[in-house]
Write a protein that binds this ligand. Structure first.
Ligand code: NAD
Length: 496
């Protein structure tokens, strides 16, 4: 059985651990590899290697760091489809969706190529007579990243390229459910010429993560995953005096106004809700129909009901299986709860199974209507191909509903009214807003800005905020004496 290696000090090495976790093909649950839970000593070695590499990497010229990212971007593009195929096999994503996962990661590497401009500080000449102040942006040291299963290319690439381009070194702990994709990303990074120790990879679960969170040589922690784990990681990292950014769960609403273009709404909501089997943190899981727009619910349900799950290489497949039998069980039990609590199940995907692949983690597209705020299917993040439809009398009611929800990752409004769109974008307490765009994931020159329970921290992923997260600002105040200007000792704090 293939065992996933660790990456320590530039070498892919077999772990000495006897604790192995199966990596499965979600379409039939066959075991395709095993991933080790790194030993305590191996985690120590990874951190020590990153710490040693930092002593030289921080002094490498910034354009040279950018060139490493240029070579890496070229290799990622060259191997784009091959990475997507690995990704499809371990996640079950359709090939097109897997390619999107890789591509959105490459876009962040492209931002890292631009690091010289992003590291420019500020200067003011003559803050006092003959005194100048300027700032430099300097790296922190060893940073760590802990990533979820649902974007095994994009999310690791949110983290280590920018951190490293900014002059840091990195220890990545990818999801144990799909570690083959991040391993391939790391192989290409080494091939691009990354010096040893810049990127290290350790595998495992809670124990290995806790070792990173409490280690004094880790300066900053980036996490993406579920709410309980995000809260634990944020608290533990900050208790250990580390900088932390933790991206967590979501419940994303789309508000549909009666003046919206109906065909656009229906076509967009189908993919945004059940695409990727609903396993996207920006999936639309709640559609709020305002006024007469509720008349479109049966047609939407019919369209969603026609989406066929299938194998990654089936061009007709709308989406693939869920990641694990546990994830499937969780979604099925939430669907049951939705029915028991009184929601109307217009399309029920509970019994779906793909012929010839009955062992896989399949759930068919599911649509509920008459959903209320008290129901478990509304309160919980389902993370499956399930759309909850709700109704509101006016735009104000829809805004109040979305704002009462504890999550704030993404939202969208469909409308033909500029005034309604303007009101929504201004009043909504959600960090990423789409106007006639169902899944508003910003490109990497902006930042990924979830709010409320969808994010713990202050500086967000990629964009200028990530550069700020992975760096420290140093301000220098400098005076050069001119011999012919006499100065006595300065006994005050003022700069004169
Ligand atoms: P998860 O929280 O189960 O796991 C994420 C990572 O944390 C994995 O690497 C895992 O090994 C590690 N981990 C698990 N339990 C841990 C513990 N007790 N202590 C320390 N580390 C632990 O999440 P997942 O199931 O892999 O991913 C799905 C979740 O991620 C969903 O809730 C989704 O909304 C969220 N997500 C959020 C964003 C965002 O940007 N807000 C993006 C993608 C995914």
């Amino acid at each position: 059985m293939k065992q996933i290696p660790l990456l320590i000090n530039g070498e892919f090495v077999a772990s000495q651990s006897s604790q192995l976790i199966d990596v499965t093909n979600p379409a039939n649950n066959s075991v395709i590899a095993q991933v080790p839970c790194a030993t305590e000593q191996e985690v120590q070695q990874a951190i020590a290697s990153a710490k040693e590499a930092f002593t030289t990497w921080r002094n490498v010229a910034v354009p040279e760091r950018a060139r490493l990212m240029m070579r890496y971007q070229a290799l990622l593009k060259q191997h784009h489809d091959e990475i997507a195929e690995i990704l499809s096999q371990e996640t079950g994503k359709t090939f097109d969706d897997a390619k999107g996962d890789v591509w959105r990661g490459i876009e962040v590497v492209e931002q890292a190529m631009n690091i010289p401009a992003l590291l420019m500080g500020e200067t003011v000449e003559n803050v006092a007579r003959g005194i100048d102040t300027y700032s430099y942006i300097q790296p922190l040291g060893v940073c760590a990243g802990i990533t979820p299963f649902n974007f095994p290319a994009m999310i690791p690439l949110w983290m280590f390229p920018l951190a490293i381009a900014a002059g840091n070194t990195f220890v990545l702990k990818p999801s144990e459910q799909d570690p083959m994709t991040p391993t391939r990303l790391a192989e290409l990074f080494i091939e691009a010429g990354a010096p040893k120790g810049l990127l290290n990879i350790v595998h495992g679960g809670a124990r290995e993560v806790d070792q990173l969170l409490t280690h004094p040589d880790i300066k900053a922690v980036s996490f993406v995953g579920s709410v309980p784990v995000g809260q634990h990681i944020y608290k533990t990292a900050t208790d250990h005096m580390k900088r932390a950014q933790c991206f967590a769960g979501a419940k994303n609403h789309s508000v549909i106004m009666p003046d919206a273009n109906k065909a656009q709404v229906l076509n967009n909501l189908v993919g945004a809700s059940v695409g990727a089997a609903g396993q996207r943190c920006m999936a639309i899981s709640v559609a709020v129909f305002v006024g007469k727009a509720k008349e479109w619910i049966p047609e939407l349900a019919e369209m969603i009901g026609k989406v066929k799950p299938g194998l990654w290489n089936d061009k007709e497949a709308g989406y693939g299986p869920l990641i694990s039998p546990r994830a499937k069980q969780r979604v099925l039990s939430l669907i049951e709860q939705g029915k028991a609590e009184g929601a109307t199940c217009l399309v029920d995907g509970s019994d779906f199974s793909l012929a010839g692949h009955e062992e896989g983690n399949w759930v068919g597209p599911t649509v509920f209507t008459n959903v209320t705020e008290e129901m478990t299917i509304y309160k919980e993040e389902i993370f499956g191909p399930v759309l909850c439809c709700m109704e509101a009398d006016e735009l104000e009611d829809a805004i109040a509903l979305v704002n009462r929800n504890p999550f704030g990752n993404g939202t969208s409004i469909f409308t033909a009214s500029g005034a309604a769109a303007r009101k929504y974008q201004h009043e909504i307490e959600v960090g990423q807003v789409g106007i006639n765009v169902p899944i508003p994931v910003p490109l990497p020159f902006f930042s990924f800005t979830g709010w409320k329970n969808s994010f713990y921290g202050d500086l967000h992923a990629y964009g200028k905020q990530a550069v700020r997260f992975y760096t420290e600002t140093k301000t220098v105040t400098s005076r050069w004496f001119e011999d012919d200007i006499p100065h006595g000792p300065n006994m005050t704090i003022s700069l004169r």
